[in-house]
Ligand binder design. Sequence first.
Ligand SMILES: CC(C)(COP(=O)(O)OP(=O)(O)OC[C@H]1O[C@@H](n2cnc3c(N)ncnc32)[C@H](O)[C@@H]1OP(=O)(O)O)[C@@H](O)C(=O)NCCC(=O)NCCS
Length: 165
Amino acid sequence: MNLQIRKAGASDFTAIWSIFHSVAAGGETYAYDPETTRQQARVIWMEVPAATFVAEQAGTVVGTYYIKANQPGLGSHVCNCGYMVAEAARGKGVATRMCEHSQREAVSMGFKAMQFNLVVATNEGAIRLWRRLGFAIVGTLPRAFRHRRYGFVDALVMYKWLEGE
Ligand SMILES: CC(C)(COP(=O)(O)OP(=O)(O)OC[C@H]1O[C@@H](n2cnc3c(N)ncnc32)[C@H](O)[C@@H]1OP(=O)(O)O)[C@@H](O)C(=O)NCCC(=O)NCCS
């Protein structure tokens, strides 16, 4: 697959918003309010993170991820990332490539570990993917996610120490 992963610019936000909006409105995989507005999404995905990337295929943005410190101060060596792939582009390795890319970026930004704080337990494809890429399930938060269809479901904390990657 000819996929280019690069830093997101302001002009990418229209494509990012289309992906973000459909994921958030789905209410199944991220805690973002399903009613999140375009402007709120811009702050969440483009402004708060330390860096935002897009995955582009033949001139079309098919995926995006952000990277930021998971905690301030003495926890700031652990980063947090979020990944979203456009529905039509799923199952083709885009997230695999973005996650591998994010791990290299994280190391080059000085992070030592990566943590996913709220992996919804029903998101089986994602859990399998993160495990395949070396993330361990280090905890289960009972009924911490309010799934649009299933109600309260568990969420997993997943973690990977990156040094040596
Ligand atoms: C989870 C997500 C990022 C995966 O992206 P992706 O580009 O489809 O991932 P990949 O193609 O690299 O790998 C996905 C895995 O699911 C499988 N898969 C197959 N078809 C799929 C489909 N239509 N949708 C999702 N996953 C599919 C892949 O085969 C792969 O599993 P395997 O390696 O065990 O075979 C994407 O489904 C998504 O954006 N979901 C909504 C947001 C989300 O859940 N983000 C992660 C939160 S923790």
